[in-house]
Design a binder for this molecule. Structure first.
Ligand code: IPM
Ligand code: MG
Length: 374
């Protein structure tokens, strides 16, 4: 049996609590002889800062580079609000994305029928929703240079500060994320919506042009539409089921995926996969799996956190990195079964279905449901 190396970076806040539920699953898979895992763990975010004064150490970066998959919890919290910008907790995550070349971020938003009442939108708007946001993750305004705060040295505002962020996209960056979106669309309804702001931004004009060309030359059978990113946000809350795959840049993808998360009932439901280009020799992609939710410092350590986004991220690792797609399907079915049974953490509770499970109770219920399906 091949052995898979997993590098766990639980991070801060609720990260370690939700990661603990994935570790139970990893342990079960090994014990059952389904797959063999070698796990190692490191520090990222505030916990790494406290230990070594950096948002991630060089040693842990090397381990992340070498692993078959990185599982990431969450970073940040008020404790580190005042640390220098370069070593703030989020810098660890951004460095992992950049240095591992994880340009494609897949964020599926699925509304399980059992959770339609937990959403702030009406049941018929969200029930049965199944969309996929493909977010470009290593370019755009997150990484563009210059990125500075300076001081005006002349003119009417002399002595005042100014700030610059830079949005840059190269053609190859748009081409490769478009291909990921069209390839994934083929396995679904084969419909891609490309979101940008070509009415205001040059990067939007180029984005539109390149996605159109990739469609015409490589994926003529797919349906493609272009939507302005602000309109896309509006359409997501008006009638989200019109979408299948949404492809968009780093910043719009960040915002649109939080909107999409609420369609599923809770931010605690959304998993994600971040993938690099396939290695020319082995075909293997570098990868990192993380829940879309943050570190939720207000509820950390209380057992309130919903582990489903983290467990769903592990399911994505089984599918995209570990060649265990059938087990990913089973795990997704176990999550659906537990929700259908009425098991609820606080974030997905409703009047009809009050909260009745802690983080570990939810994790254990999913494991039990998986054992039954297996
Ligand atoms: C996300 C998060 C991150 C981002 C933060 C933590 C840097 O919001 O993954 O959506 O902005 O990309
Ligand atoms: Mg975000």
């Amino acid at each position: 049996m091949t052995s898979h190396s997993l590098f766990l970076l639980p991070g801060d806040g609720i990260g370690p609590e939700v990661m603990a539920e994935v570790e139970k699953l990893v342990h079960w898979f090994s014990k059952q002889g389904i797959a063999r895992f070698e796990t190692d763990r490191g520090l990222v975010g505030g916990s790494a800062y406290d230990a070594h004064g950096a948002a991630i150490s060089e040693a842990d970066m090397a381990k992340a580079q070498a692993a078959d998959a990185v599982l990431f919890g969450a970073v940040g919290g008020p404790k580190w609000d005042k640390v220098p910008y370069e070593v703030r907790p989020e810098a660890g995550l951004l460095r992992l994305r950049k240095d591992l070349g994880l340009f494609a971020n897949l964020r599926p938003a699925i509304c399980y029928p059992a959770l339609a009442d937990a959403s702030s939108l009406k049941r018929d708007v969200v029930e049965g929703l199944d969309i996929l946001i493909v977010r470009e993750l290593t370019g755009g305004v997150y990484f563009g240079e210059p990125k500075v705060i300076g001081t005006r040295d002349d003119g009417a505002h002399k002595g005042e500060k100014y700030a610059i962020d830079t949005q840059v996209y190269d053609t190859y960056e748009i081409e490769r994320i478009a291909r990921v979106a069209f390839d994934l669309a083929k396995t679904r309804k084969n419909k891609v919506s490309s979101a940008e702001k070509r009415n205001v931004m040059k990067t939007g004009v180029l984005w539109n042009e390149v996605v159109t060309r990739i469609h015409q030359t490589e994926y003529p059978d797919a349906a493609l539409d272009h939507v302005l990113a602000d309109n896309c946000a509006m359409q997501l809350v008006r009638w989200p089921k019109q979408f299948d795959v949404i492809v968009t840049d780093n910043l719009f993808g960040d915002v649109l995926s939080d909107v999409a998360a609420m369609l599923t009932g809770s931010l605690g439901m959304l998993p994600s996969a971040s993938l690099g280009a396939p290695d020319a020799r082995t075909g293997r992609r570098k990868s990192l799996y993380e829940p879309v939710h943050g570190s939720a410092p207000d509820i950390a350590g209380k057992g309130y956190a919903n582990p489903i986004a983290m467990i769903g991220s592990f399911a994505m690792a089984l599918r995209y990195s570990l060649n265990l797609g059938d087990w990913a399907d089973k795990l997704d079915r176990a999550i659906a079964a537990v929700l259908a049974q009425g098991i609820r953490t606080r974030d997905i509770a409703s009047d009809a279905m009050p909260a009745n499970a802690s983080t570990s109770e939810m994790g254990e219920a999913i494991l039990k449901a998986l054992q039954k399906i297996a």
